[in-house]
Design a protein around this ligand. Structure first.
Ligand code: GLU
Length: 232
């Protein structure tokens, strides 16, 4: 279990994501990655090894976007390779995950029989494919994530984005920590508030089972029963 950072802003979020990951390095990790949305495409960089190497790759390839998610991985399922590094992608969906999906084998089997092709050994990839599958029925990212988590057993903090939506970040917290950082005209997620201190000092701590829809100017939080909740 390691680190997640996410951001939606008017400015380019790549530097915010990378600085956040550096601040989470103390937790230990074996690989790192990020994805941003640019022109309705998912731009992804991943490296086994240090955040420094990821930062070099992001700068060389001019990774730019106003919405993004990033991850440091402590491998639990699958070797610490670049292919197993997060974010994991299914079609237009990108996912970062901290924790363990305990029933991933049965989900993997089910999704494979439905035609999904797995390209990593991680438990996390089932989440990306589940959200993609549910999106075909619900046509709404939040509804698709909400339905997908009902299939999951285990511990998960999730950050999820979609190529066609350049201003919405979905976050879920169950069994792994996740906080929301509130900025002015920009908002963030992080597995630890420390990751977000350069950009805000206002935080909203998600409770177990909470899900959030995060936009530049708005944060909506729902409890495990799906009721909208007001946070102080
Ligand atoms: N279980 C996932 C994996 O092995 C996430 C590990 C983590 O929390 O970093 O990829």
């Amino acid at each position: 279990m390691c680190g997640i950072v996410g951001a939606v802003a008017e400015r380019n979020v790549t530097a915010i994501l990378l600085e956040g990951l550096k601040r989470l390095e103390y937790r230990g990790y074996d690989s790192a990655g990020l994805a941003v949305i640019n022109n309705s495409n998912i731009i992804r960089e991943r490296r086994s090894g240090k955040v420094r190497e990821l930062a070099q790759a992001a700068s060389q390839n001019k990774v730019y976007g106003h919405l993004g998610i990033a991850h440091t991985r402590w491998a639990t399922h699958g070797a610490p390779t670049q292919d197993n590094a997060h974010p994991h992608v299914s079609g237009d969906i990108a996912v970062v995950h901290n924790g363990i999906i305990e029933n991933y084998e049965e989900l993997r089997h089910e999704l494979t029989t439905q035609g999904y092709v797995f390209v990593s050994q991680t438990d996390t990839e089932v989440v990306a494919h589940l959200v993609h599958r549910e999106l075909q029925h619900t046509h709404d990212l939040f509804a698709a994530v909400k339905k997908s988590v009902t299939y999951l057993k285990g511990a998960y903090a999730l950050g999820i984005i979609r190529a066609s939506e350049s201003s919405r970040l979905i976050a879920v917290r169950k069994g792994s920590p996740l906080v929301i950082g509130l900025g002015i005209g920009e908002n963030f997620i992080g597995s630890d508030q420390l990751a977000l201190l350069p950009v805000t000092n206002r935080f909203l701590y998600l409770h177990e089972g909470d899900m959030a829809e995060i936009y530049r100017d708005e944060v909506k939080v729902y409890n495990a029963e799906g009721q909208a909740i007001e946070y102080p």
